[in-house]
Structures are given as structure tokens and as C-alpha cells.
Design a protein around this ligand. Structure first.
Ligand code: BG6
Length: 461
């Protein structure tokens, strides 16, 4: 069966599968509130859940979730949201649930259906939607992870593409919704000063760090079947890498952007166990939902190369972990040293660094050498810092931007199946053939073995 191609306009309903779950509570309801505040939520919101709540329980839960993110919400907006929300309850494997949903959506031409549910349900739910005709006219938003390896991602895609064309599938990687991550594009391609330097002739290494100073936070049962490589390396970190490494796109359409990112992924060889360090924090096995003796990694570090002309020989070091010393999301570009160290004293080992801070208070830092005070010609590093929210105003939250994009039919902030399969290919060799697992203590920077990956250690700025 070929999925039908039709032109759809703006969404006229938003359906949230997993409406009583964690993602809805932490991210989606606050995003709906922000959309209502800026008047970009123009349609009813239908929650779908297996939890047997009534309307009052559901709306009270949603409003509570909003108040956690916005302690002083506007009462008029809350009343409006309360009126927009309805809940359809049922078992995801029972056809009655889909019939009930179809009845609620019978007048809707273009619902957006968001699957904020465990990936194991994606296939069945999509088929349930297809049986009642909803896949004929909906846009389907699928949370990550899309599959758990190359094979399962292909299998899931086969299920989806029999009922929906690629143009109506929106795969979430919420990092693509972060303004700070999009800023990498602006930084690189709206400022011509960087391009001459952006290659192996001037860059020594690139380090991408996503560290969290908290653990699995009640998500033990989910996380234990996933681990750091599947949870964030295959998606968030590789997407950031692609934005750093890609060639300038000729335009900003999703197709052109996707083509450029795909070229980067294709130039990365499949990871080998010797290029990866896996770690697990001490105490992980006591977390609720974690299997006894689990060997799931809560830390991963990897070295990879983008084997093309621009990046030949430049190592990209990626690391991520739970319960590390601090929470940070950053990319550090380490430039090469000057060819001759004229002011050798103090300058040894002090190359220029450029850091993208992509987490909270995002911005950019550049470390330069300056003359140190005194009767000598010695250098001393100084830092130029820009904080974008202080300079430009507050950023929007990623999920608000993603929901709006899906509802408007804009694919740019979503991942295409080709990239998803390429990124699974890159990590495949270390998820099916797991490298040694090293323990690390909470509040540290992970297993010491990971320090052996970068030639000059993990950089700080
Ligand atoms: C999610 C992961 O995709 O991203 C979580 O499943 C992780 O484990 C989260 O904590 C981090 O997102 P952010 O936006 O806080 O960097």
C-alpha cells in the first residue's frame, strides 16, 4: 500500500498520546501554555492516555504541570487552556481507543498526532490510527528514540511508511528545536570571518560535551533499556556535530539542510569499541526500575573523524554522562597554535579556543592570548564572552518551537529518516558489541579512562 500524498494546511487539532506521562508534564503542557500566551495555539488539544482519569483530573494535572514551569501563570490563559483540553482514555492495543479518537476528530482536516509514548508502542499505535483512517490526513510526530538500533529503526520506518509519506512524519530530536543549537548556523554562516578558519588547517580538535549533574530521575525503567549512547549520542550529540561540520547550505529548506547534514554523517566511520569509553555511576544499580546487574552505560565518550577534505585528521571528541560534576552543554573548537611560538613563555599549550555554550544562558566565549602585565613579553589567556539572552532577550523553549513547527507543517527542525539510519549506523558497532564498562563516582567527570581519548585532555574555558 502506498501512503497517500495530500497537501495539508495548519493543524486544526493537536493530539497528545502519553498525555499523563512524564514528557507531557515536564515539557508539552508548559509549551502549550507558552503557545497560548503568544497566541499560537489556535486549536483544541486532545490528550490520549491509558491512565483512567476523568476530565477534571486531567486538566488539574496539566495546570499543575504548567505552574511548575511558570509559577505565576495568567489565569485567563489557564481558563482558555482548560476549555481546549479533552482526554480520550483507553488501551493502546484496543481498537476502541482509535474509534473513540476518530469520533472526537471527525470534523478535523489536519490533526497533528504526537506520540509521546514509549517507542515500543509506536508501531501498534500507528496501525491503530491507520485502521480508523486518521493517518490519511494527520501529521505524525514521533518522539525519540526512533528504534533502538539500525535494524529496529528500519523496521519501524517500514511500518510508518506504509501508512504515511515522509512529508507527514516528524521525528523529534528536541536539540533541533533549541535556539542555542540553531545559533551554530547563524554563527557560522552569517559571519564571514569564521569560514577561512573552519577546517583542518586551523582547527586542532573539536570537543562536544553534554554533562548532567543529576541521575536518571525516576526514569530508571526507561533509561535502563537505552543507555547514554542511544539516549543522546546517536541523536543530540551527532546533530550538534553535523551543524558544526556541515558545508554551507545553498538555502535553508529542510531538504537542503538535510542533504548537507547527511553528507557529514556519511563521512563518519562506524564507531569501534577502542574509540569509545563507557561508564556507569556508582549507585545506578540501586535506582528504581534498573535491572539487577545492569550493564547499561550512564556515561559515554567517543572519538570520531569526519573523513572529508575539510575535516581530514581533525578528531571530534564527544562525551555525555549523568551524575557528572556539573550540567553543561557545549562545543569547544580548539584552534592550532601559531606555527612559531615567539612568546613561548606562558604560551606553550595555549591555543585559541572558541566555545559555544548551548545550555541555559547560552552564548559564546573566545579565549585569546594577551600581553601579561609587566616588563616582559609573556602571554596570558583572556576570555571574550557574550551571553545571548542578556544581549538579545530570552530564548523560547525547544518544545514550544517544535510543536509550532509540526502544526505549521515545517520539517526543518525534525530529523529525516536517512539521517536517523546513518546515525544508527555510526553507533551500531558499540551498542551491539559493548565496550568495557568502567564505574565512576557521582559528582566527578566520569571514568578516568575517558581522559585518554583527547590528545590534550578535555578542554576547559
Ligand atoms: C533527553 C534525554 O532526550 O534529553 C535525557 O532522554 C536528557 O536523558 C535530556 O536528560 C537533556 O535535554 P536538555 O534539553 O535538558 O539538554
Amino acid at each position: 500500500m502506498n501512503a497517500r500524498k495530500i497537501e495539508l494546511g495548519d493543524a486544526d487539532a493537536l493530539v497528545l498520546f502519553g498525555a499523563t506521562g512524564d514528557l507531557a508534564k515536564k515539557k508539552l503542557f508548559p509549551a502549550l501554555y507558552s503557545m497560548a500566551v503568544n497566541d499560537s495555539l489556535q486549536c483544541p488539544v486532545v490528550g490520549v492516555a491509558s491512565t483512567k482519569w476523568n476530565h477534571e483530573q486531567f486538566t488539574a494535572h496539566a495546570l499543575e504541570a504548567i505552574k511548575v514551569a511558570f509559577p505565576n501563570p495568567d489565569p485567563a490563559i489557564l481558563t482558555r487552556l482548560d476549555e481546549e483540553l479533552t482526554l480520550v482514555v483507553g488501551n493502546y492495543e484496543d481498537s476502541k481507543l482509535y474509534e473513540d479518537l476518530a469520533a472526537v476528530l471527525k470534523d478535523k482536516q489536519c490533526p497533528v498526532i504526537y506520540l509521546a509514548i514509549p517507542p515500543a508502542f509506536f508501531g501498534n499505535v500507528t496501525q491503530g490510527l491507520a485502521k480508523v483512517g486518521l493517518t490519511e490526513r494527520c501529521r505524525l510526530v514521533v518522539e525519540k528514540p526512533f528504534g533502538r538500533d539500525l535494524h529496529s529503526a528500519i523496521a519501524l520506518q517500514e511500518v510508518l511508511e506504509t501508512v504515511l509519506p515522509e512529508e507527514r512524519i516528524y521525528r523529534i530530536d528536541h536539540y533541533l528545536g533549541k535556539e542555542s543549537v540553531e545559533d551554530i548556523l547563524i554563527f557560522r554562516f552569517a559571519n564571514s570571518i569564521w569560514e577561512p578558519l573552519w577546517n583542518h588547517r586551523y582547527i586542532n580538535s573539536i570537543q562536544i560535551t553534554m554533562a548532567e549533574d543529576f541521575g536518571v530521575e525516576g526514569r530508571g525503567a526507561f533509561y535502563d533499556g537505552v543507555g547514554a549512547i542511544r539516549d543522546v549520542v546517536q541523536n543530540h550529540l551527532l546533530q550538534v556535530l553535523a551543524l558544526i561540520a556541515m558545508e554551507p547550505p545553498s538555502d535553508l529548506t529542510s531538504k537542503t539542510m538535510e542533504d548537507e547534514k547527511l553528507k557529514v554523517f556519511r563521512a563518519i566511520a562506524a564507531l569501534k569499541p577502542e574509540n569509545v569509553v563507557r561508564g556507569q555511576y556508582v549507585g545506578y544499580l540501586d535506582e528504581a526500575g534498573v535491572a539487577p546487574g545492569s550493564t547499561t552505560e550512564t556515561y559515554a565518550a567517543a572519538t570520531m573523524f569526519v573523513d572529508n577534505w575539510r575535516w581530514s585528521g581533525v578528531p571530534f571528541y564527544l562525551r555525555t554522562g549523568k551524575n557528572l560534576e556539573e550540567t553543561t552543554l557545549e562545543v569547544i573548537i580548539e584552534f592550532k597554535q601559531p606555527p612559531r611560538l615567539l612568546f613561548a613563555e606562558g604560551q606553550e599549550g595555549a591555543a585559541n579556543l572558541l566555545r559555544f555554550r548551548l545550555g541555559k544562558s547560552d552564548g559564546v566565549d573566545i579565549e585569546l592570548q594577551a600581553k601579561s602585565p609587566g616588563d616582559h613579553l609573556k602571554t596570558e589567556p583572556v576570555k571574550l564572552t557574550v551571553n545571548f539572552s542578556a544581549a538579545l532577550g530570552e530564548r523560547q523553549e525547544a518544545y514550544e518551537r517544535l510543536l509550532r513547527a509540526a502544526m505549521a507543517g515545517d520539517h526543518k527542525r525534525f530529523t529525516h529518516i536517512d539521517s536517523v539510519l546513518e546515525t544508527w549506523r555510526i553507533v551500531e558497532g558499540v551498542i551491539n558489541n559493548e565496550p568495557h564498562l568502567s564505574p565512576y563516582f557521582k559528582g566527578t567527570w566520569g571514568p578516568e579512562r575517558a581522559d585518554e581519548l583527547p590528545h590534550h585532555g578535555w578542554l576547559e574555558l
